[in-house]
Design a protein around this ligand. Sequence first.
Ligand SMILES: [Zn+2]
Length: 90
Amino acid sequence: MIGLSSAAPQGGCSRAGCREAATWRVDWRNPRIHAEDRVKTWLACDEHVEFLRDFLASRSFPVRVSAFETTDAAAATPRVGDGTTGGDGA
Ligand SMILES: [Zn+2]
């Protein structure tokens, strides 16, 4: 089960048991308990970004996926959307 803790993003994938570096950030909100401006952020690797997004989307939470720009990896190159990955999949 995915923990819904409020731990701050630390640069690794938020999927339980995954130790990959995050390349995506998943910003989401639970409308039932969060105010309009309260947005939580999960981080995800390439493999799990879809899983985490779907996990939230299946609960009808507002969710937004965007590239996670690391600040501690000098060689990291932000991915620029090329329009081939299919939008939000709705
Ligand atoms: Zn992962």
